[in-house]
Design a binder for this molecule. Structure first.
Ligand SMILES: Cc1ncc(COP(=O)(O)O)c(C=O)c1O
Length: 404
């Protein structure tokens, strides 16, 4: 055990993986905006509109509307879909809190559908059982950048008259059957927060092909104003969710690199799958099921402590991180176990009195959180093939040390 980096031994991976990446073009674009004095754009025009058009064209959608973050993008989409207080919205429990908390903020009830053990995405085969007369929408999360089974989800949505809002906050540039994630459902939502594959520090985007949805989301993000209306004329209960021109030019510059970066991550992910599949007790998540390009916002593998002398996942993740692999144990528990749901801290929101999350049990998510899932972060997936080999070597080194 002495040779492990966590105990003072040499690290397997020496490189310090950096994120975000930028060059002089980014610096120049931001500088130009600073010098112009046009930092914001209350009309959502100028550089913001320009970037929206670029992003819509990248996703293959009619519209793209920028907003302050991915959570707000989801919120705009859900509210614009016309949900009413008490409506139910299906969400996975293995995701960032925002996927479910924006449902509460819309006075609706998140209903958790467990994930598929092969992909960690919402299990399409479990959706119908969760539908009730109150269900109005599904928010499938393309978790880690792996496409959900959209054909199955859209078929169910059609059968029951539900709206589908894709949470593509991990899925910039990823594809399902050749279509960009986010462009398949009624609306698709992206985050540009610091850790994301496309970032301006903070920011969000919602894409859609639906004219009515676009019109409503545009109004909601711009304090309820409408096209052609006066400045102090407000039609809907919106807010100022606009982004700055500084963010827009930075995103525009970053977008030029996204395709090449996504390809690198996709190829490295495939290679790492091959390498890790050879290690007993390590199982990469499955690919396929319609996915034609993975964005690997997170590279996830399943860890089996029985094959590692009972070493806990938490301890294993710490050892791997010490070896220089940018990794993490992931979510410590399913969303429904968060105090927000267990204690029903719903504050002013109109959630029906009988709503109770204390009995919710999604075994696949629980296993992922407590036992299995280990995450390698996206910036490490931009490394070389040799570095992918080093990631595998680091795991083998830990295994050898703890099995001795
Ligand atoms: C799956 C998922 N959905 C939504 C969000 C919310 O995005 P933001 O942090 O930009 O509000 C995140 C952010 O991490 C996320 O991971």
């Amino acid at each position: 055990m002495k040779n492990l980096a966590i105990n003072g031994g040499a690290k397997t991976v020496e490189r310090d993986f950096k994120w975000p990446l930028f060059d002089e073009t980014d610096v120049q674009m931001v500088t130009d905006i600073v010098r112009s004095g046009q930092w914001g754009n209350p009309d959502c025009g100028g550089e913001v509109e320009k970037f929206e058009q670029e992003f819509a064209s990248f996703c293959g959608t009619k519209y793209a509307l920028a907003c302050v973050n991915g959570s707000v993008a989801l919120r705009l989409a859900l509210i614009a879909c016309g949900v009413k207080p008490g409506d139910e919205v299906l969400v996975p429990p293995y995701t960032f809190i925002a996927t479910a908390s924006i449902v509460i903020e819309a006075n609706c009830v998140p209903v958790f559908v467990d994930i598929d053990p092969r992909t960690y995405n919402m299990d399409a085969s479990k959706i119908e059982a969760a539908i009730t007369p109150k269900t109005r929408a599904i928010i499938p999360v393309h978790f880690a950048g792996q496409a959900c089974e959209m054909d199955e989800i859209l078929a169910i949505a059609k059968k029951y008259g539900l709206r589908v809002i894709e949470d593509a906050c991990h899925g910039h540039g990823a594809e399902y059957k050749g279509k960009k994630l986010g462009s398949i459902g009624d609306a698709g939502c992206f985050s540009f927060q610091s850790s994301k594959n496309l970032t301006s520090g903070e920011g969000g985007m919602v894409v859609t092909n639906d004219d009515a949805l676009c019109e409503m989301m545009n109004s909601l993000r711009n304090v309820g104003r409408v096209e052609g209306g006066a400045w102090y004329e407000h039609h809907h209960a919106g807010c100022n969710y606009r982004i700055t021109q500084l963010q827009a030019v930075l995103l525009s510059s970053q977008l030029k690199r996204l395709e090449a970066q996504t390809l690198t991550r996709h190829e490295n992910g495939g290679y790492l799958n091959e390498l890790l599949s050879e290690i007993e007790g390590i199982t990469p998540l499955s690919r396929g099921l319609g996915e034609t390009r993975h964005s690997y916002h997170i590279y996830i593998f399943k860890y089996d402590k029985e094959k590692f002398n009972g070493l806990s996942k938490v301890q294993f993740s710490k050892m791997l991180a010490a070896e220089g692999v940018p990794c993490f144990m992931g979510y410590p528990e399913p969303l429904y176990r968060q105090p927000l749901f267990q204690k029903k801290n719903f504050m002013c929101y109109a959630i029906p009195v009988g709503t109770d999350y204390t009995n919710v049990h999604c075994p696949v998510t629980e296993r992922a959180c407590y036992e299995e899932a280990v995450w390698i972060m996206q910036h490490a997936m931009l490394g070389t093939r040799q570095e992918m080999e080093l990631f595998a070597s680091a795991i083998k080194k830990i295994k050898k040390a703890i099995m001795e």
